[in-house]
Design a protein around this ligand. Structure first.
Ligand code: PLP
Length: 485
């Protein structure tokens, strides 16, 4: 036995104990790190050690130096952003992935890496009710791949759509090349889309038009149709839209049916960003929100959000694998293998060359929870959001400003933006709970997201008491009545 593996047996067990203890006592830690920038350089040296240090010393520093600067996303009192998945089955799968340490860029580089990823994404595709065209199994050309993040999935889809459109135009008009076509191309998304969508366009040097959403914060067909007509009249070439299911700001849902019909008519690639909401489609009662997904060219969601899988794990499906594989195909003699062409080589399905064995954590999560427990998790998170919504509605000083569909409630004091901003700042400074504000159609709103897997009704009640208490003193400080109307 090598001394490395001998020590690992002992240290690995201690690390599991440390993590289990961390999970069991997480509520005792402040959800938002209470440190100032630069805190860490005061606690650890400014150069790496020349000689090995003792495991015990490193672990002591974890508690002393690292943990004070950690925001505890798993805490039941963490209500910022969206839920980011974490679970023991996922950690176990990732441990194995790290233990194996292979890089699956081609099938032969580690066949199980490619094949498990393909199979598990078919499992999820069926479990969330996507059309069969996205499956690898069967006679179609569909399939799924794990990307690092939803942002990566959007960039890759946008770039693939760009290449596909250029190929089509150049085939039709052989006197043109990509540099003639590129300046005319235009993509669309809504004013509620995640910032990564606009960033994808910037990275891809693509003109993007941000369309106004309707009063339910949804992108609608008539808005897209009008924009396309205007842009075509200017000689532009609409080729891509990114629709969102479960927007970041307020968890609204674009109308895929209306948008999809237009995309089909106009030969536009429709990418669906369901980063957060995708997991909810494990439950049939939420699938009405998927209506029109049959028009999507690509579909993405993050199992590393509500599906209990640790970051990073973002699932991307396409109906036609050639759309991805042909987009940036580079043949390398060094990586040829005898099954090439007959099997999937993941290096063509993503921007990076190397592919981590991320499907193991998905596989462990799916097998150790089963679809039923994952469905129960979604339903619990949504129920907790509705419990919180009721508490807000019981206090007439506040208003709810989004339709609560999944695990996000947006609300505000019926007062100025400044007062709402001050409220969220004081809430975070209290160290008791953590939440964010956002700008919704020009108004400051507070976002309360159900994030922790261990969040229960008592934490919702606790959070509401914290919010209400701080609102009382804030209103009094500002010479306003703290009583509800
Ligand atoms: N899209 C939506 C709707 C999101 O809510 C988020 C993040 O919360 C993203 C994209 C970005 O996700 P990622 O961090 O996986 O790139």
């Amino acid at each position: 036995m090598s001394s490395e593996s001998k020590e690992f047996r002992k240290q690995g067990k201690e690390m599991v104990d440390y993590i289990a203890g961390y999970i069991d006592t997480i509520e005792e830690r402040p959800p938002l790190a209470q440190v100032e920038p630069g805190y860490l350089s005061k606690l650890i040296p400014n150069a790496a050690p020349q000689n090995p240090e003792k495991w015990e010393d490193i672990m002591k520093d974890v508690e002393k130096a690292i943990m004070p600067g950690v925001s505890h996303w798993r805490s039941p009192n963490f209500h910022a952003y969206y839920e980011v998945g974490s679970s023991c089955p996922s950690i176990l799968g990732d441990m194995l992935s790290d233990g194996i340490g292979c890089v699956g860029f081609t099938w032969i580089a580690s066949p199980a890496c490619t094949e498990l990823e393909t199979i598990v994404l078919d499992w999820i595709c069926k479990a969330i009710g996507l059309p069969d065209e996205f499956l690898t199994e069967g006679s179609g050309k569909g399939g799924g791949v794990i990307q690092g993040s939803a942002s990566e999935a959007t960039i890759f889809s946008l770039l693939a759509a760009k290449m596909k459109t250029i190929r089509q135009v150049v085939e039709r008009e052989p006197d043109k090349d990509q540099y003639d076509v590129l300046p005319k191309m235009i993509a669309y998304t809504s004013d509620q889309a995640h910032s990564s969508i606009e960033r994808a366009a910037l990275i891809g040097s693509i003109r993007m038009r941000i369309l106004p959403s309707d009063n339910q914060h949804a992108m609608r067909g008539d808005t897209l149709k009008k924009a396309i007509e205007e842009d075509k009249a200017k000689g532009l070439l609409p080729f891509f839209i990114c629709a969102t299911l479960g927007t970041t700001g307020c968890c609204s849902f674009d109308n895929l049916q209306e948008l999809g019909e237009i995309c089909k008519k106009e030969n536009i690639w429709m990418h669906v960003d369901a980063a957060y909401a995708g997991t909810a489609f494990l439950c049939p009662e939420f699938r009405y929100l998927l209506k029109g997904v049959n028009y999507a060219t690509s579909f993405n969601f993050n199992p590393h959000k509500m599906m209990r899988v640790n970051f990073d794990c973002s699932a991307l499906w396409v109906k036609d694998e050639d759309d991805l594989v042909q987009a940036f195909y580079v043949d390398l003699s060094f990586h040829k293998h005898k099954h090439q062409g007959a099997v999937r080589d993941l290096r063509h399905w993503q921007i990076p060359f190397g592919n981590r064995f991320r499907s193991l954590k998905l596989w462990f999560v799916l097998r150790m929870f089963g679809i039923k427990q994952l469905q129960a998790h979604v339903r619990k998170q949504v129920q907790l959001a509705h419990d919180f919504e009721k508490l807000v509605l019981s206090d007439s000083r506040f208003e709810i400003v989004n339709r609560v569909v999944l695990g996000l409630v947006c609300f505000r004091l019926k007062k100025s933006d400044e007062l709402n901003q001050a409220l969220v700042e004081k809430i975070n400074a209290s160290g008791k709970i953590h939440m964010l504000s956002s700008d919704l159609k020009g108004k400051t709103v507070l976002r309360f997201a159900i994030c922790g897997a261990s969040t229960e009704n008592k934490h919702i009640q606790y959070a509401w008491n914290v919010i209400r208490g701080i609102a009382d003193s804030l209103l009094m400080e500002n010479g306003l009545s703290a009583l509800s109307l």
